[in-house]
Design a protein around this ligand. Structure first.
Ligand SMILES: Nc1ncnc2c1ncn2[C@@H]1O[C@H](COP(=O)(O)OP(=O)(O)OP(=O)(O)O)[C@@H](O)[C@H]1O
Ligand SMILES: [Mg+2]
Length: 619
């Protein structure tokens, strides 16, 4: 591979940790001369047959039309559509009778009760969110629970109800409009799409599937469209944006919201002038049909590795769930596939849907990719990439860190190529994204060692993260890592093994224990290093623990705060401390309760008192 890494000396903190501004390291200058690249980002257009692109633009994608997008003002309340200012978001109003909705959505009832002419003003599948005037669609697995949810929705003011056959219904609902269908879960997407006016048909919808990198890539694609002057909404793990900076204040949104929320949010985006939406199509979301009525245009595949086997059972089922997105790519004029062909599963995804649908592939290793990075440099202060594309060569300097983020950047370039965006806009849009919360976030309080907080919570993500950190040539890597409760148990020992193989010191700790005992989760992780909790406890929590056969050390601290403090207290000049697993999250989930907890704040706090912590450690 033709990459050159800027290897950081143990005293790199002086240059890189004091400032997050991206400094182009010296080797860039040489590379620049060799490639005759000027001081600013340059691109070299070549001849690329863009007939297909023109057609795609004409048929669907307003986001890619030539010239600056002329935005329609909404009562003069628009802001800067490059996403830099807040504007007042206008709440759209919807109204339809239940009879009209059944007709429009083509839902066939098994039986109906009450007045179908009742007017509904919203659709909800979550009984706790029901407002007066809503239609409540009772989508529970267990029929008896349905009864409870229906009563709650009724109390909150629902005016009409849809439930599956066999659901227990309270007598008090008797006078209301009630529709019984074969399976309420399966009709919800059609009802919601019809009620909110099929918003996705009037926007370009870019959906990203894959085990890792979805959230990061959505942020980059948002940057790309905004650089084209296009309003774009975003639905993903960290937040939902109507467009620009207009984020909905939600504590922990679902990566892919439920079908009613997906349609409602898209309708809101459209009403507020968005012309595109980028979303994470999670395997849960795809399996549960949350986006089954979303009119996707571009499907992006990032990678496929182990995760979520608690939900899908086998890797094969997990892959099939992800494939559902690509199966929807059937129209060569309206659809595009964007695929990482370094991933061994690429061909499986490419083969889904219609083979005639244009594909834009991307890769670092596979030189045959349409979008390929022959050269790149990684450092703790940023990433430089040279990208070959069918439209020419593009040079990108991004403040996102790590080799894995090169893939996310290439995926974004490939989307830009798929929609015919000029290289200059693609580069500008990507460079504009300075950080994605909790993704390789550098915590800098002026300490002489590096601290990174990252959301890596799959074996592959932990492995790529630690490989990147190793490339920075730290003196030691000290990793704090845990695994979530009520989720895939088999990944626990694998993650512990990866961490102890790739870090000089590992501190195993709790993530979100949910309804499991944190010690049981740690026991599962310990199996990865052929220990048990009993073996471990024999040595006492703060005693010397014999190193692993590879000479690496590990400790166990179920309390995440203690684990983070211990790691920070160990930090010495030239070390890199990695806090993995929770990234942007601002809470720990114990049982059904959320307690405030933010790895980034914990690190900052610990760094303020690092001397005291060290002193305490020695005592
Ligand atoms: N392209 C990639 N390849 C491998 N690992 C990645 C990639 N992008 C990000 N990661 C790692 O995965 C973690 C999660 O990244 P991100 O949130 O973008 O992924 P995601 O697919 O949205 O995850 P989730 O399914 O949990 O929402 C990052 O913190 C990083 O460690
Ligand atoms: Mg995500």
């Amino acid at each position: 591979m033709a990459s050159t890494f800027s290897l950081l000396s143990p005293s790199y903190n002086a240059i890189s940790l004091q400032s997050h501004n991206y400094h182009r390291p010296a080797p860039f200058k040489l590379l620049r001369r060799l490639l005759a690249i000027g001081p600013n980002r340059k691109y070299y257009p070549n001849t690329f047959d863009d007939n297909g692109i023109e057609k795609f633009q004409q048929i669907h994608c307003q986001a890619t039309r030539d010239g600056k997008h002329q935005h329609q003002d909404l009562k003069g309340e628009t802001g800067n559509y490059e996403g830099e200012s807040k504007v007042k978001i206008v709440e759209p109003k919807f109204k339809m009778s239940l009879a009209e909705l059944l007709h429009e959505s083509k839902v066939v009832p098994l039986s109906v009760y009450g007045d179908l002419e009742v007017e509904i003003t919203g659709i909800q599948q979550d009984s706790t969110e029901v407002k007066a005037g809503d239609l409540f669609v009772c989508c529970v697995g267990s029929r008896s629970y349905g009864r409870l949810y229906l009563s709650e929705a009724h109390r909150r003011g629902a005016v009409a109800f849809i439930a599956s056959k066999g659901t227990e219904i309270e007598d008090t609902l008797g006078s209301k409009a009630l529709v019984i269908v074969e399976d309420a879960n399966s009709v919800l997407p059609s009802l919601a799409a019809a009620f909110y006016g099929y918003p996705s048909k009037n926007m370009t919808v870019i959906a990203i599937t894959g085990t890792n990198g979805k959230t990061t890539t959505t942020y980059l694609i948002k940057g790309l469209y905004e650089a084209r002057g296009v309003r774009i909404g975003l639905l993903g793990t960290i937040a939902y944006y109507i467009h620009g900076d207009n984020k909905l204040e939600l504590e922990s949104p679902l990566t892919t919201p439920d079908a009613a929320a997906v349609q409602n949010l898209m309708a809101k985006m459209l009403h507020n002038g968005a012309e595109a939406v980028v979303m994470e199509a999670s395997s849960h979301g795809l399996t549960l049909g949350r986006c089954s009525q979303v009119d996707f245009n571009i499907a992006v595949f990032t990678n496929f590795t182990r995760d979520h086997l608690d939900f899908h059972g086998t890797m094969d089922e997990y892959k099939k769930a992800k494939a559902k997105l690509f199966q929807r790519m059937v129209d060569p004029e309206r659809h595009r596939k964007v695929v990482n062909i370094d991933d061994p599963n690429a061909h499986f995804f490419i083969a889904q849907g219609n083979p005639e649908v244009p594909l834009v592939s991307f890769a670092i290793d596979n030189k045959n990719a349409d979008v390929h990075a022959p050269e790149f440099e990684l450092s703790l202060s940023g990433t430089w990439i040279l990208v070959n594309t069918p439209s020419g060569v593009l040079e990108i300097s991004s403040s996102l860190l790590g080799r894995h983020n090169i893939y996310n950047i290439l995926a974004t370039v490939a989307v830009g190529i798929a929609v015919g965006a000029p290289l200059e806009d693609i580069g500008r849009g990507i460079e504009k994204v300075e950080a994605v919360p909790g993704r390789c976030e550098v915590i800098d309080e002026g300490q002489p060692f590096g601290v990174i907080v990252d959301y890596a919570h799959t074996p592959d993500a932990v492995s790529s993260l630690l490989d990147f950190v190793r490339e920075l040539a730290p003196k030691r890597i000290i990793t704090v890592i845990g695994c979530g409760g009520d989720r895939d148990q088999e990944k626990r020992p694998i993650m512990a093994k990866i961490s102890t193989d790739k870090s000089e010191v590992t501190i195993l700790t709790s993530d979100n224990p949910r309804n499991e005992d944190p010690l049981d989760i740690l026991d599962d992780m310990l199996a990865g290093v052929e220990w048990t909790m009993q073996d471990y406890l024999k040595h006492g929590e703060n005693d010397y623990h014999p190193p692993l056969p590879n000479g690496h050390q590990f400790y166990v601290h179920p309390n995440r705060r203690v684990a983070i403090r211990k790691a920070i207290a160990m930090g010495e000049e030239g070390d890199m401390i990695v806090i993995a697993g929770k990234g942007h999250e601002t809470y720990i989930i114990r049982g059904d309760e959320k307690e405030l907890f933010d790895d980034r704040e914990e690190c900052r706090d610990a760094l303020k008192y690092v001397d005291e912590l060290r002193y305490a450690k020695q005592e």
